[in-house]
Design a protein. Structure first.
Length: 79
């Protein structure tokens, strides 16, 4: 079983939540276009002024996705 990695984009400011929600739409489109093996995305409001959008990829797909989409950070995905 391959490791799963969570790629994260941070958004800050008064429009952070709306921006993260919108970014998730584009992540879903990318997954569909590139036919990635996982379809796990989401957004989360960490505070009123800080939200994230994320997608989960396999270890083998991570480098291509990272180099193309330039996430701000990543971490191991734990369900």
């Amino acid at each position: 079983m391959e490791r799963k990695l969570k790629l994260i984009w941070d958004f800050k400011g008064p429009n952070a939540s709306k921006t993260a929600q919108h970014h998730e739409i584009h992540l879903k489109e990318y997954i569909s276009l590139e036919k990635l093996s996982l379809d796990i995305t989401g957004y989360l409001d960490l505070t009123e002024m800080h939200s994230i959008a994320y997608m989960v990829v396999t270890d083998s797909e991570m480098r291509v996705v990272r180099d193309t989409l330039k996430p701000h950070r990543g971490q191991l995905y734990e369900q």
